[in-house]
Design a protein around this ligand. Sequence first.
Ligand SMILES: [Zn+2]
Length: 408
Amino acid sequence: MTIIQADWIVTCDEYDNIIENGCIVFDDTIIDLGSFEDISSKYPNTPITTTAPNTVILPGLINPHVHLEFSANKTTLKYGNFMTWLNSVIEHRAQLIEKADTELIDNELQAILKNGTTTIGAISSYGFDMESLQKTKLNVVHFSEIIGSNASMVDTLFADFQARLKASAKLKSDRYTPAIAIHSPYSVHPFLIRETLKLAREQNLSVTAHFLESIEEKEWLESSSGGMSDFFKNFLNQTQSITKAHEFLNQFKGIENLSFTHCCQANDEELETIDELNATIIHCPVSNRFLTNSTLEYKNIAHRSFALGTDGLSSNYSLSLWEEMKNALFIHQHINITDLSKKLLNASTKGGAKALGMKNKGSLKKSYDADIITVTLPDACEKKDIFLQLILHTSNSSATFIKGEKIV
Ligand SMILES: [Zn+2]
């Protein structure tokens, strides 16, 4: 059993409880938390580890949407327009994937751990990330991804997907959870969606999908027109969209743990359907800024429990949620910065846990997993400013515990 004291404990629980001069008691799960006086009198025989002044204890960050297989991109891919980016991905994909070997992915995972992230949702297009994800100390939800809109290819694509999912399922442990990603409404044939969701329901797997990221995607789904038409005609000899946005969403009924990433172009009706599905929206503000010059409007997430994701290095310069939160402060520039900070830190902890279907993570609560980080602020701050100051002054955690084991 370990007890740690700090000037502040930010619980990210449903009451947004913040404890001043508090202690947390844990082994692999959280046993207790409260004020220094209460905990020291309740556990008189257990030594208390103290921390530096202005240290904050908080839940480990949860990044539910990252593409590690694209980690080799630094300066290759083109930003500023979704179709320009997509074409640059097609052009450089083979070389980027080859460059992202196990060592490169291992290094990215080490950096993710160092900054205080304890859980990731990794979207895996090829299964090339599995060796690294099997070794890492991070908690991993591994989303084997299905993609392909060409009807003549569906059997081959589904067989390949099943083989990858099977290989992922073999790695299942209390730290590694296999799951399913459906790339997007425009890129996956309805037959493949139906069959993969059938597997998800049978095996109770979490599911995620990209949804209405760009205006080009919306135009294509609505009227088979716009910027995507040339792409489909040239690469896939396809002139009609295979589905509509609402038809796509309606296929997900009965999936227990579900998330949709981006949703920048989703209208009120589509957002309501996402609510009815009890799905979480994963907001990736930097990726949206880079690829589409747009964002998910804050009014569409303010009253919802949402998650924050970095997306991959194919559309970001960093896989740190602290960077993502800092940038979100500027992207949503008309929202009160103090209120927004609180929302963003909750999105990066308990929002991520909900997106991944992890019921015992994302908050500091009794019986939850002891995924805990400490962060030391450079000076004292008031209780109401703590979320903002954490975001402004943190790059790395000072300590990281996963299921009670000290990792960093
Ligand atoms: Zn993505």
